[in-house]
Design a binder for this molecule. Structure first.
Ligand SMILES: NC(=O)c1ccc[n+]([C@@H]2O[C@H](COP(=O)([O-])OP(=O)(O)OC[C@H]3O[C@@H](n4cnc5c(N)ncnc54)[C@H](OP(=O)(O)O)[C@@H]3O)[C@@H](O)[C@H]2O)c1
Length: 281
């Protein structure tokens, strides 16, 4: 049993692997091979999105892997720009056909806002109603059996509250930016109180964590690389993660002490918010 096989249990009783292999910024032409290597290295959760333009290759790798479909967890996402019920249904069909799998394990609303409107706090309520409509479409997709769980991404407390006010099915996860020095305490607490799993993305702050001296010093104590330490940190905090350096990052065979977790949890300086600056509450 490695960390790659360990799971959290979602609010619907379904188990989700603690560590995922992320495919953001992965060119379509190298995705099939990378996902096959990740699966060979033991990863059992693959994260993609319609916006990543590599769903076809992810699906191909899952089909070609020789691993039983029910042993692999596949997540994809509805583009943040799609904010109508019909649009959500249409984009889901594209994703479903791209992947070519009988079902998706998890389907997320990629963002509460179209990307080019992220961070504009003056229109915080602008998409509340649209997100509720989109969520209705996801609830129907869930009922069709084509996805096993539905969730959101980049939602803050306001966005979650608004969605929950009309939702019949609670989001199973909120996939958010989360790493040492950037642990979104308000969103994390709200998610915990509402039984929504926080899924940590960019555990290495998209690479910027790699040169952080405090993290480097603590990593050395465990004979671990900065990347391994940063990934283990989010796993031990109960969030879960994504990564690219397949074999190196998979070696999570150490436990960070309580004292070092306190130091890491107390860090505020490792990086800045990249996606929704000014939108936290
Ligand atoms: N929902 C969302 O809106 C959202 C947004 C961002 C990300 N995500 C998900 O989270 C995943 C990870 O995000 P991210 O790309 O920002 O990830 P990250 O894990 O924070 O950082 C990845 C960067 O770290 C480097 N790296 C990783 N392991 C390393 C190692 N052992 N040694 C040296 N460098 C290392 C990678 O280099 P290389 O380029 O050489 O691999 C890459 O530049 C994405 O693939 C995606 O699935 C979701």
């Amino acid at each position: 049993m490695t960390k790659l096989n360990e799971t959290y249990t979602l609010n619907n009783g379904i188990k989700i692997p603690k560590v995922a292999f992320g495919t953001w910024q992965m060119p379509a032409e190298s995705t099939r091979q990378a996902v096959l290597e990740a699966l060979k290295a033991g990863y059992r959760h693959i994260d993609t999105a319609l916006a990543y333009q590599n769903e076809k290759e992810v699906g191909q790798a899952v089909r070609d892997s020789g691993i039983a479909r029910d042993e692999i967890y596949v997540t994809s996402k509805l583009p943040g720009e799609t904010k109508t019920y019909e649009g959500a249904k249409k984009d889901f069909e594209t994703t479903y056909n791209n992947l070519g799998l009988d079902y998706l394990d998890l389907y997320l609303v990629h963002a509460p806002f179209p990307w080019d409107e992220m961070g504009k706090s003056e229109n915080i309520e602008k998409y509340d109603k649209a997100n509720q409509e989109v969520w209705k479409a996801l609830e129907e997709i869930l009922a069709s059996g084509k996805v096993k769980s539905i969730g959101v991404s980049n939602f803050n407390v306001h966005d979650l509250k608004s969605l929950l006010s009309t939702a019949e099915v609670k989001p199973a996860v909120d996939q958010i930016q989360y790493y040492v020095g950037y642990t979104e305490p308000k969103i994390s607490q709200f998610a915990l109180d509402n039984d929504i799993l926080i899924e940590a993305y960019s555990p290495l702050a998209t690479g910027r964590m790699l040169s952080n001296p405090t993290v480097e010093r603590i990593a050395e104590k465990y004979g671990a690389s900065v990347a391994q330490l940063a990934i283990e940190f989010v796993v031990q905090n109960g969030a879960f993660t994504h990564k690219e350096h397949i074999l190196d990052n998979a070696r999570l065979d150490f436990v960070i002490s309580d004292e070092d977790m306190d130091t890491l949890n107390g860090m505020k300086d490792s990086a800045v918010d990249m996606y929704h600056h000014g939108r936290q509450e």
